[in-house]
Design a protein around this ligand. Structure first.
Ligand SMILES: C[S@@+](CC[C@H](N)C(=O)[O-])C[C@H]1O[C@@H](n2cnc3c(N)ncnc32)[C@H](O)[C@@H]1O
Length: 318
């Protein structure tokens, strides 16, 4: 196995000719901006590509492989992907139906309509004008969804208008995210069209939503397969980190070691240091593998105007 000095490996410049596609899930911590660097480090000619912690799916949407298989332990994420994939056969009709729903709820629709009330609010509330305008309609939408959670259209609309586009449920299973300062703009329709195009031109399969270890153990691996791991980071903060602790971290590294022993190729995204914190377990474990540093900018969870510079790494066994 290739040995490299720890975390002094080359920096990868963003490829000028690789334009990453944004997922319509606009997922917190998504790999959209990092894909130009990561894709360059993935193996060539991938047979089955396993996106073990798929989240919004940015890694899957921007990879070349014969078949793409996506998994996440969050069944709501799996539901949203299945839903959007189902709509991909006629994405224009779906977008039209969402416009109708937006109008029915009297939410703002900046892609199509200039709204004088929002222009007025913009002057007074520089960072919260959409939130001020949409709050009551959003709360009605949220109540309706919580009354009948089988309607995934409503969940997708909540994701578009919710704070930082997050998907968050309380312990009683009620969607509880507040309204965000966002609305349906042209980026949403563009991302939906790109997703549909990607889905229609690739061989994509969704898992049922398993824990990473159960998912990997259920795979019948073939030659040329590649597994990408983008777990929650132990030393950073996001909603899905609730599901992640030391035990999961150790379980993951054991699994990756076992895969290496079997000669299976994998790649792992992670973060070794963040502010004053260091992930010591990762630091020690990764010594035996190849490491690449990845440039990234993270948006603060508390103030989405502040961008913090953080260093990500990519660890591989090939
Ligand atoms: C960093 S995010 C992945 C982001 C994704 N690569 C993207 O581009 O959108 C980590 C994901 O791991 C999922 N997750 C957390 N614990 C898990 C587990 N035990 N097994 C599988 N997935 C898990 C979370 O739901 C979350 O979506």
């Amino acid at each position: 196995m290739m040995q490299t000095a720890l975390f002094t490996t080359e920096e990868f410049e963003v490829q000028k000719n690789f334009k990453a596609i944004r997922s319509p899930l606009f997922y917190v911590g998504d790999k959209y901006k990092l894909m130009p660097q990561l894709e360059k480090l993935f193996p060539d000619n991938i047979n089955n590509y396993y996106d073990v912690f798929c989240g919004g799916g940015s890694a899957s949407i921007n990879v070349k492989a014969k078949k793409i298989i996506m998994n996440d332990v969050d069944v709501k994420i799996i539901e949203l992907h299945n839903f959007l994939q189902d709509k991909s056969s006629n994405i224009e009709q779906f977008i039209e139906s969402m416009y109708n729903l937006i109008r029915q709820y009297e939410l703002s629709l900046s892609e199509l309509e200039k709204n004088e009330e929002i222009e007025r609010l913009k002057k007074k509330f520089k960072k919260t004008y959409f939130a001020k305008y949409n709050k009551q309609s959003y709360l009605k939408l949220r109540d309706d969804y919580n009354r009948d959670q089988t309607n995934t259209e409503l969940l997708y609309l909540l994701l578009v208008y919710g704070f930082n586009h997050m998907i968050r449920f309380n312990t009683q299973g009620q969607f509880n995210l507040p309204v965000g300062n966002v609305d349906w703009n042209k980026n949403v329709s563009t991302a939906l069209r790109s997703y549909a195009h990607w889905y229609n031109s690739n061989n994509v399969e969704m898992s049922k939503g398993l824990d990473f270890e159960d998912f990997v153990n259920s795979i019948e691996l073939e030659a040329g397969d590649f597994l990408y791991f983008d777990p929650p980071y132990l030393i950073t903060f996001s909603d899905y980190n609730k599901l992640w602790g030391l035990e999961e971290e150790k379980r993951l590294y054991n699994l990756l070691d076992k895969l290496s022993d079997k000669g299976v190729f994998w790649g792992l995204s992670n973060m070794v240091t963040h502010k004053e914190k260091t992930n010591e377990i990762l630091f020690d474990w990764a010594k035996k593998y190849s490491k690449y540093s990845i440039e990234s900018n993270y948006i603060s969870r508390f103030d989405n105007t502040i961008k913090k510079k953080s260093k990500e790494i990519y660890v591989t066994n090939y």
